[in-house]
Write a protein that binds this ligand. Structure first.
Ligand code: GDP
Length: 283
């Protein structure tokens, strides 16, 4: 009787509804819709469902599954002979991705607003496990695109930093790591992830320095204390880096290259594998 009982318990655990939420942010054109469409197609390869390209005015929530061969934080040492791998093949781990419009004004009302509400949610159904910030690495050579992308990412990181600073009052909040999904690596004009990271860091540094200056100029008003409005804490003299942000504010940012577009020589959807591995490590 015992093995059967165990099996039932295990099955129920694996078949429970998805509760891990990821928020998908980034400028429009970076590939967010393409990614959700691909993840959905990968999750149900038989239905070949092509997600109708939604009007990018609202957020959409899709439930997708993690490929069984992608390790998670809890099973990362699992061997190929482990029976739990077979179980995972039958009952893949599911997670939810919330796609948000990345266009100009909608960012504040949709993307940032979603982040603000989801990042403080404590109940399992709404709790945020991670943020995926998509970047078009072929468009980043354009100064205007770089500035726009970096300022959106800056605002995202600032929300997370404020959350960290206010944590003492609500201790039960866990960390929310950020994946910068350096998309479109299939294009030969794409910047490699290392230089995407450098460019974003340098641009965010410029943004926060000019913000600090603005705040100093405005501080003729002694009632104003906007310290927490500056990314990377008080010392804006130093150069901003994601590493510094992790040390100072406990926010982990990883820049990982990938492509939603399939390489015909590779397995379907393999261009997003390293992002799925990042998701797995959050689960
Ligand atoms: P969104 O505005 O962020 O939702 O961006 P979309 O998903 O609509 O993608 C914008 C454009 O980029 C579309 O034409 C996609 O086909 C294209 N695209 C998305 N991902 C990739 C990729 O990895 N490589 C290439 N070459 N094009 C991509």
């Amino acid at each position: 009787g015992v093995p059967i009982l165990l099996h039932i318990v295990f099955f129920q655990a694996a078949a429970s509804p998805p509760t891990s939420n990821f928020l998908l942010l980034g400028p429009s054109g970076s590939g967010k819709t393409a990614l959700t469409t691909l993840l959905e197609a990968k999750s149900s390869p038989l239905s070949k469902k092509t997600h109708t390209t939604h009007t990018s005015q609202t957020s959409t929530l899709v439930s997708v599954s993690l490929p069984p061969t992608v390790p998670t934080a809890s099973n990362r040492y699992r061997s190929v002979n482990d029976p739990s791998l077979k179980e995972a093949q039958r009952n893949p781990i599911r997670y939810r991705v919330k796609d948000t419009p990345g266009h100009g004004k909608l960012r504040t009302t949709q993307g940032i607003a979603q982040l603000q509400s989801m990042s403080v949610a404590k109940d399992a159904a709404h709790k945020l496990r991670g943020v995926i910030f998509m970047v078009d690495t072929a468009a980043l050579v354009d100064e205007a695109v770089l500035r726009d992308t970096a300022s959106y990412l800056h605002d995202v990181l600032l929300v997370l930093q404020k959350r960290e600073l206010n944590k003492s009052s609500s201790k039960r909040l866990s960390e929310i790591p950020v994946l910068v999904a350096a998309n479109k690596q299939d294009l030969f004009t794409a910047l490699p992830p290392g230089s995407v990271k450098e460019k974003l860091e340098a641009e965010i540094d410029r943004i926060r320095k000019s913000k600090t200056k603005g705040l100093l100029d405005a501080s003729a008003d002694p009632g104003l204390d906007n310290d927490e409005d500056v990314l990377g804490n008080d010392d804006a003299q130093g150069t901003f880096s994601f590493n510094l942000l992790q040390v100072e504010a406990g926010i982990k940012v990883d820049v990982v290259g990938g492509a939603v577009k399939d390489d015909p020589a590779e397995e379907f959807g393999s261009g997003v594998r390293r992002w799925e591995e990042w998701v797995g490590m959050c689960l």
